[in-house]
Design a protein around this ligand. Structure first.
Ligand code: CP
Length: 312
């Protein structure tokens, strides 16, 4: 594999899941694979899990990770072609990506959407500019429209925790005080489409995700109906896609409660706002898988890095 920028880069999700589980059993088995190889992690936005788990994955493979908070610490990067750079940006992506490629064997990038310019966000201008101008493989650590390390993690977690061969999985929108990206939800949808699950999305009207992504997937605006007989309830807020980036609904009745989900297992990518998105009683119960999910971030990242290292 050259790059990992989308769930579509997974050729066979079941074999990837099995390989990730094997890495989890023996995380240091390939400690020599990444010897003398450097992973550069570039963050345009905040992170706890992605930052630490991807470094941990690199260390497990014997790689040397180096990390930079690009937005805070680097020169402002210009992405436009032919721009007269007499504004706030001091360095063009053409030079920046080429320079970082000399220091790193793999570059991982986190760059969130604007949520104001749909066309720009859907062009994935930051991620695709790195792909275009870097001379080494690129890993997506959450871009404008996707979070494929999280989507792979969630597929691994569902496979580990399922008690039936074809579980019912519900992705439910929940309220939030801020306008959030669609990336986690998009990649979760794409991961579930590759798995043998009974999959339903529940969201209020006005919050349907990009129809090109949810194609052939059941969408309901009735959360109670969706939760019936669910084995897994994955909860996430996202802003409106049709009224791009807007908050149209803050109805607390969409918050997830223990009463609503019954015996279903609860999933969330974290960070999560307690008693806004989901009540304490769920997060503090044995039904919550959020800590196990976060642990699996390491093995998802390790599998992706391993596949790229094997192809260098
Ligand atoms: N789930 C996730 O990507 O967490 P961070 O934003 O903390 O990396």
């Amino acid at each position: 594999m050259k790059n990992y920028t989308s769930i579509h880069d997974i050729d066979n999700i079941n074999s990837w899941i099995e390989e990730a589980k094997a890495l989890k059993e023996n995380p240091l088995k390939f400690k020599k694979l990444g010897k003398n190889k450097t992973l550069g992690l570039l963050f345009f936005n905040s992170s706890l899990r992605t930052r630490l788990s991807t470094q941990k994955a690199a260390l497990n493979l014997g790689m040397d990770p180096i990390v930079m908070n690009v937005s805070g610490d680097a020169w402002g990067i210009e992405f436009g072609d032919g721009t007269i750079m007499n504004g706030n940006t001091a360095e063009h992506i053409k030079e920046a990506a080429a320079v970082v490629s000399q220091y790193c064997d793999i570059i991982a990038v986190r760059a969130f959407p604007t949520l104001t310019d749909k066309e720009k966000d859907e062009s994935e201008h930051v991620l695709n500019s790195f792909k275009k101008y870097a001379s080494v493989p690129i890993v997506n650590m959450e871009s404008a429209t996707g979070h494929p390390l999280q989507g792979l993690t969630d597929a691994i977690t569902i496979s580990e925790q399922a008690n039936v061969s074809k579980p019912k999985v519900v992705l439910s929108w929940a309220p939030h005080v801020k306008a959030l990206p669609h990336a986690v939800a998009n990649s979760f949808v794409q991961a579930m489409q590759k798995m043998d699950v009974d999959f339903v999305i529940a969201n209020p009207e006005g919050y349907d995700l990009n129809p090109e992504i949810t194609v052939n997937t059941t969408i309901t605006h009735n959360q109670e109906e969706a939760f019936k007989d669910a084995d897994f309830v994955y909860v996430k807020n996202w802003s409106s896609y049709s009224d791009y980036g807007k908050i149209l609904n803050t109805d607390p009745n969409w918050m997830v409660t223990k009463d609503k989900i019954g015996d279903a297992k609860f999933m969330h990518c974290l960070p999560v706002r307690r008693n806004v998105v989901v009540e304490d009683a769920v997060l503090d119960s044995d039904s919550s898988l959020v800590i196990q999910q976060a642990n699996n971030r390491t093995y998802a990242a390790q599998l992706v890095l391993k596949k790229i290292l094997e192809n260098l």
